[in-house]
Write a new protein. Structure first.
Length: 236
């Protein structure tokens, strides 16, 4: 098996463990809510929730509104049970009232929203829209960026090296890139975060790492409705 293939297999393992954790969080938060449990998924897709489990959402009487800035990412969202809905929107500024939802969820999105100021706007919306949230993102100091799995250490290289490599090789899901502008656009659209930056963005959350071979691979920021957060796992 190739290195990217091994990484993909391990990523699938982490996704499965993440799903278990997310289901536990939803069940815990569900206990305080009467009526339907409302989840906002910022930047998500329907296939993610099919993996989490439509039967599970049904058992929790949970509805999911998926908001994505690209309409093509929302194709196939409708489901026969009416548990999934979709809207096009900008996560840096959403037209929903404070605490319109019971849980805000985001998986591997915040690294794509732009500058740090854009990330601050994104985080502010996440924190504003529900009493509880769950935000996952790849960790900058893990040696493999999941967006470019074929070249370890790629995201630590100088920018001038990276766009040249993208123009010559297929390092991620697309490529090689045909021209510099396209390569630069892809690089600028993915900026990973470290622990201190996530702490700044989500000061009221518990942060915890997902580890691979003892190294932090990604960061999850969680806030519960009770705000009785568990001890932070912050020894990186």
């Amino acid at each position: 098996m190739t290195a990217p293939g091994i990484f993909g297999t391990l990523s699938a393992h982490f996704r499965s463990a993440r799903d278990i954790r997310l289901r536990a969080l939803i069940m815990a938060e569900r206990k305080r809510v009467s009526g339907r449990f409302k989840i906002l998924d910022v930047g998500g897709r329907a296939d993610y929730w099919h993996r989490v489990g439509m039967d599970f959402l049904e058992s929790q009487d949970a509805d999911v509104l998926i908001v994505n800035h690209e309409a093509r990412e929302l194709a196939g969202t409708a489901d026969s049970r009416g548990r999934l809905r979709a809207e096009v929107g900008d996560a840096r500024g959403l037209a929903y009232a404070d605490h319109s939802f019971d849980l805000v969820h985001s998986n591997s999105v915040i690294e794509h929203v732009g500058s740090f100021a854009d990330k601050c706007a994104f985080a502010s919306e996440v924190r504003r829209l529900a009493p509880a949230y769950y935000v996952q993102t790849p960790y900058y100091w893990f040696p493999i960026d999941p967006h470019w799995p074929k070249m370890p250490l790629f995201h630590w290289m100088p920018l001038s090296w990276r766009w040249r490599l993208l123009c010559r090789f297929k390092l991620g899901f697309a490529g090689p890139h045909r021209e510099v502008g396209h390569a630069m656009a892809d690089l600028e659209a993915t900026v990973l975060l470290d622990w201190a930056q996530m702490r700044s963005l989500f000061p009221d959350a518990r942060l915890r790492p997902e580890r691979l071979f003892g190294l932090p691979k990604s960061i999850i920021a969680e806030r519960t409705s009770s705000r009785a957060l568990d001890r932070e796992e912050g020894a990186l």
